[in-house]
Design a protein around this ligand. Structure first.
Ligand code: GUN
Length: 280
């Protein structure tokens, strides 16, 4: 039997429609939610991601203001802009699109964003809240993975979740969210010896390594829910995930496609974090 496809694009569209209603209510109370996006340099993938974020904001009625800084910008140039945005009452959320050029310290950028406007959830206060399960702004991609599971009514509590990937943006935080929901969580990475022996134990398999085709069909437990967070551009120009989709969909119970899976939902989560930040 082939897997149920979790249609991230459709779920994200529904989410944006719900958010638009909330934005309309906020507007009637005189609040216009605003997101500031900052890109430093000319990374082509970042340009596409930022464009998608701006478009989703527009669809939800959220104002977005994009700041394009040259790749030669100094750290103080960026920090100065962030300081100005932190103080701007029309801006409720701020993101610096990653990666930033190598001469800049991404951590320092994340730390410079006001906690209440940190809609990527990357600064230490929000990450600390995530560790404790306290209220805070949660990072968008891990939230998107959870919303995809919930959208497909996949039980989490008591299940074995395997996360492949250990990044600060996805692997670590999604593991924490799964722990918070009562899953038994194993965290691996692309270099884990005999990775398949572990992924085959997973009722829920979240893959976020940035390596196209790392997880093959034979590494998936029959009936598992497979959440593919990877977005890789193949030499052919095609976009593919970290999971060999055509194989895995014949074995899994549920699977997210790439493109059209976690990606659009991540963007919707950013809009939601911004709307929430404007509501407080
Ligand atoms: N680059 C890759 N993922 C992300 C993300 O979630 N937020 C930002 N700002 N940059 C990214």
């Amino acid at each position: 039997m082939t897997a149920h496809i979790i249609d991230g694009a459709a779920l994200a569209k529904e989410k944006i429609i719900q958010l638009k209603q909330i934005v309309t209510e906020l507007q009637s109370r005189g609040i216009q939610p605003g997101l500031a996006t900052v890109q430093v340099g000319d990374d082509p993938a970042s340009r596409i991601y930022v464009r998608n974020k701006v478009r989703a904001c527009t669809e939800a009625g959220v104002t977005s203001v994009h700041h394009d800084l040259p790749g030669t910008s100094s750290e103080s140039d960026v920090l100065q802009l962030l300081d100005q945005l932190n103080r701007d009452p029309k801006i409720h959320g701020i993101i610096v699109q990653l990666p930033v050029p190598r001469h800049l310290d991404a951590r320092r950028m994340s730390q410079a964003i006001a906690v209440a406007k940190d809609v990527d959830g990357f600064n230490w206060q929000n990450l600390g809240a995530l560790v404790e399960g306290a209220p805070g702004i949660l990072p968008c991609t891990p939230r998107a993975a959870m919303v995809m599971l919930d959208g497909a009514n996949i039980p989490i509590e008591g299940r074995h979740a395997v996360v492949v990937g250990r990044s600060n943006i996805v692997g670590k935080p999604v593991a924490l969210l799964l722990i918070g929901r009562g899953a038994t969580v194993t965290v691996c990475n692309s270099r884990t010896p005999d990775l398949g022996a572990i992924t085959r134990l997973a009722d829920i398999l979240v893959v976020a390594t940035g390596r196209a085709g790392l997880v093959t069909g034979s590494m998936v437990k029959p009936g598992a829910a497979v959440i593919d967070v990877g977005i890789n551009r193949l030499p052919t120009g095609k976009i593919a995930g970290d999971v060999v989709y055509d194989e895995a969909k014949e074995i899994a119970g549920w699977i997210t496609p790439v493109p059209g899976g976690v990606g659009p939902m991540t963007v919707a989560m950013l809009v939601e974090n911004t709307v929430n930040a404007a509501s407080h």
